[in-house]
Design a protein around this ligand. Structure first.
Ligand SMILES: [Zn+2]
Length: 416
């Protein structure tokens, strides 16, 4: 007798229910959904989030997000939302998002409190923010009126692989740009490293976006930065005389393609384990970046500054404090960085407290292992306090544009 049969027998014995009642012949409760305006939730397209759904008695559509899981860990994450509603034009729908019970750093907690807005779009290009309704017990609801037969709903303004391909195609032939493939993802997608400017410039800054698949904000930020540096004006020339920029624009390409939330295709968190060498089988995305970095270090061309870009519900600069002799100098430099962000961008969110340490993140690990001034920069996905507005691709791009000035002044104040 296999385990399942044994278990079934035990259940039947305990309940006294005849075997037929629990097998294929069991009575079925009818699911009555008549005249509901929702026809279908489409998840067939690029970066769509896998979901399943059903209907509550009051007609609310219960949208169950799927968790992705971290290997050898209790951690799990759901929170990427990117679906297309097919429904009667003019109808009013209520959607309730389920499975928000994430586990982060081994601690369980709902992301419902972090989930305050979504964006909607008829064509998947022009997006508008809509606040969500928070209900007790970590429930989150969206009320929408269908402007036409189709409506996209997303957590943040999506940035897909096709958006990156288009971006790369537009800059690749520029003489200030070099695009190098540094490795491949688990599923074999190419990882591009973009260099803007002259490798011999006195300072080098590195940025990585999209270690976590749902967090598209970083992609818009790096687009804004790159476009600013490629404007053929006097400022751009001055910036690139002082520094060059390296960007790994989409670390977790598999996750983005598959509409996952956080981990790579082998269940690795690409913003963890930077305190030790990367595993080339489980996290080839990090192994490729580590190889690239170590080549730069050997060549005497390590980045002076590294920004790891993320989205969350608070938007802080995460200054981690590993026990390194250079810690005081690092904190001082990050204070300068924070001041420049406040001066030249809409940044007002601030930084983490003195007791903060998040081991294994790129910010912490690069500082500890390579003595690089590295920091995780979160972007609030619900609200931009400095603009009193919802986040959007346009606002994130303008942030990136202004980062060009921040880096210019930073490297004017900080000596190697
Ligand atoms: Zn993240």
């Amino acid at each position: 007798m296999n385990t399942r049969a044994l278990l079934l027998t035990l259940v039947l014995t305990a309940t006294g229910v005849a075997p037929a009642a629990l097998t294929a012949e069991s009575p079925k409760s009818p699911v009555i959904v008549t005249n509901h305006p929702l026809e279908f939730i489409d998840t067939s397209f690029e970066n769509a989030s896998p979901v399943w759904y059903d209907f509550a008695l009051d007609g609310t559509v219960l949208v169950h997000l799927l968790y992705d899981h971290e290997r050898s860990s209790p951690n799990r994450a759901a929170g990427h939302i990117h679906i297309k509603l097919h429904a009667k034009p003019g109808s009013r729908l209520t959607l309730e998002f389920r499975n928000l019970d994430n586990v982060w750093n081994g601690v369980s907690g709902s992301i419902a409190r972090e989930l305050k807005t979504v964006v909607i779009s008829e064509d998947g290009r022009a997006w508008k923010s809509v606040p969500l309704e928070s209900l007790p017990e970590n429930r989150v609801r969206l009320h929408v009126e269908m402007p036409g037969p189709r409506l996209y709903v997303a957590r943040v303004e999506p940035y897909r692989l096709s958006d990156l391909d288009k971006f790369l195609a537009g800059i690749r032939t520029n003489r200030l740009v070099q695009v190098t493939v540094i490795g491949k993802t688990v599923q074999g997608r190419e990882l591009e490293m973009i260099r803007i400017g002259n490798a011999q410039a006195p300072f080098r800054v590195f940025l990585r976006a999209r270690a976590h698949a749902w967090e598209s904000g970083g992609n818009w930020v790096v687009e804004g930065l790159v476009r600013r540096l490629l404007k053929h004006d006097a400022d751009a020339r001055q910036f690139l005389e002082r520094y060059c920029v390296y960007v790994l624009p989409m670390a977790n390409k598999d996750g983005v393609a598959l509409g996952r939330t956080r981990f790579n295709f082998q269940g690795k968190d690409l913003n963890r384990d930077w305190d030790k060498p990367a595993d080339p089988q489980l996290a080839p995305e990090n192994a490729a970046l580590e190889r690239w970095l170590e080549d730069r270090v050997k060549a005497g061309q390590a980045p002076h500054l590294a920004l790891e870009l993320h989205n969350d519900g608070s938007g802080l600069l995460h200054i981690s404090r590993p026990p390194v002799p250079e810690l005081a100098r690092h904190v001082e430099r990050m204070t300068i960085m924070e001041e420049l962000l406040r001066k030249h961008t809409w940044f007002t969110e601030g930084s983490t407290k003195e007791s903060f340490r998040n081991s294994g993140t790129l910010g912490d690990g690069w500082l500890e292992r390579y003595r690089i001034d590295a920091v995780v920069h979160e972007f609030n996905c619900n609200w931009i306090a400095g603009l009193k507005d919802y986040p959007s691709a346009r606002h994130w791009q303008s942030y990136g544009e202004n980062l060009a000035t921040v880096f210019y002044e930073y490297f004017g104040l900080v000596k190697p």
